[in-house]
Design a protein around this ligand. Structure first.
Ligand SMILES: Nc1ncnc2c1ncn2[C@@H]1O[C@H](COP(=O)(O)OP(=O)(O)OP(=O)(O)O)[C@@H](O)[C@H]1O
Length: 270
């Protein structure tokens, strides 16, 4: 569904943000895109969505060049950006105007998610708080049933119950023909939701694996003192050490934050 090879891109000629970045992603997963501040997560989502051109790279998203922005491409992709401006119209009007661009749009699904989030459809969108607007946009995105859904920091601004509802509605409303890519720093918010992890660092994708594979290959444990042998990576935490060791065959619950820190510190967990 996403094939990017040799992506070189920078906003300024003097600073290259991506260096020969390559990714392949197939449908059927909810993938977390992780990276430190400024590593280029939002930029990558915009390139995939066709909002930024990267003419030197070979980029195919749903077998099309995103920046050409063919209608048949746009009707199968929805990006929920980190920041957005919504028009001064009611939710009902927004739906009436925008739903028709998405052939698989489900009004029923939208009403269900809006109900779960407790959104009042009579108000104008501009009268909502940022978190309320975001919940509406997430609900709309899921209701489009697009093949590719891109979420940039979707849980920023959501209250704690809404984060739980976000995980529930996302997990229950996507199917194996869709790919969901979620850029986030809030790894706790996407734990038990994502099934793949992509990590971007210093202009490249440095990690791309399913959580299931990671859970089988490695054991994530804690100890009151540092491990002298056998630790692949360890770091101090409240009350002791968090440790990654080689797995023993039994699946281990993956500590995504620890995994991320290990990869960013140059540990090869591929
Ligand atoms: N429109 C722009 N013009 C120039 N530079 C930009 C622009 N947008 C982003 N950048 C720069 O590109 C780099 C990557 O930004 P981007 O927003 O993609 O990173 P990010 O990983 O999403 O960051 P964060 O986690 O902080 O949201 C940053 O150094 C940023 O300052």
């Amino acid at each position: 569904m996403i094939q990017i090879s040799n992506l070189n891109f920078g906003y300024r000629p003097t600073f290259q943000l991506f260096n020969n970045l390559s990714i392949t992603q197939e449908p059927g997963s909810i993938t977390g895109l992780l990276g430190v501040n400024g590593s280029g997560k939002s930029t990558l989502l915009k390139i995939i969505a066709g909002l930024i051109d990267a003419p030197q790279a070979s980029i195919k998203v749903m077998n099309k060049a995103p920046f050409r922005r063919y209608p048949s491409f746009l009707e199968e992709l929805f990006l929920v950006p980190e920041d957005f401006i919504l028009p001064e119209i009611t939710i009902r009007k927004y739906i009436k105007i925008n739903a028709k661009f998405y052939p698989n749009f489900s009004q029923e699904k939208l009403e269900e998610i809006i109900f779960q989030f407790g959104i009042n459809t009579r108000h104008k969108l501009t009268n909502f708080s940022h978190g309320q607007k975001k919940k509406f946009l997430i609900a709309f995105a899921l209701s489009t049933n697009c093949k590719l859904l891109l979420f940039d920091e979707p849980t920023n601004g959501l209250d704690i119950p809404s984060k739980t509802i976000f995980r529930q509605v996302l997990a229950s409303s996507v199917n194996e023909n869709q790919l969901v890519l979620i850029s986030t720093h809030q790894v706790k918010d996407v734990e038990n939701l994502i099934d793949k992890i992509l990590i971007i660092n210093q202009g490249k994708i440095v990690f791309n694996q399913s959580l299931w594979d990671v859970s089988e290959k490695y054991a994530f444990t804690t100890s009151t003192k540092p491990e002298k042998e056998n630790a692949i990576y360890q770091e101090p935490s409240a009350g002791g050490e968090k440790i990654i060791k080689p797995g023993n065959g039994a699946p281990s619950t993956v500590d995504i934050e620890l995994l991320f820190n290990a990869v960013i510190h140059g540990i090869d967990l591929n």
